[in-house]
Design a binder for this molecule. Structure first.
Ligand SMILES: [Zn+2]
Length: 134
């Protein structure tokens, strides 16, 4: 695997939708959309967008202007991650999963088998019991 997260993993993580502004919990960078003012009404209005752009000009490593692209995010390990954040913290989770995929697939297989056995046992108990003759 590479140091960059794949598009397939990015798409798998996306789940919270898109926003005009959000913070990456892994690195603290603020990401924002500046394509137009749609959506900024609930986030402080045009003034908030202009303020964000000033901050991005002053501290381009802390504020990421996505232009026409809305900020997309997901949650992993209990933290909010911004898809495409330069910190690229998502890549280590993808690499872990990919590098341990055989172990993970065996784990799923074993869990499935155990759950199936429990379901079969419960099904047998239900069939053996006589709920209608009480
Ligand atoms: Zn980040």
């Amino acid at each position: 695997m590479s140091d960059k997260c794949s598009e397939a993993f990015n798409q798998a993580l996306e789940g919270y939708g898109t926003y005009v502004s959000a913070v990456c919990d892994f690195c603290g960078r603020t990401h924002f959309f500046s394509g137009d003012t749609t959506g900024w009404e609930d986030a402080g209005g045009v003034e908030a967008l202009e303020e964000m752009q000033k901050k991005a000009d002053a501290e381009p490593d802390k504020y990421v202007d996505w232009g026409e692209v809305r900020v997309s995010l997901g949650d992993i390990a209990g933290k909010q991650y911004i898809i495409g954040c330069p910190c690229n913290e998502l890549a280590k989770y993808e690499n872990f999963i990919w590098n341990h995929r055989i172990l993970i697939m065996n784990y799923y297989k074993n869990q499935h088998k155990a759950m199936q056995e429990n379901a079969d046992r419960l099904g047998g108990q239900i069939k053996e019991s006589d709920f209608n003759n009480t």
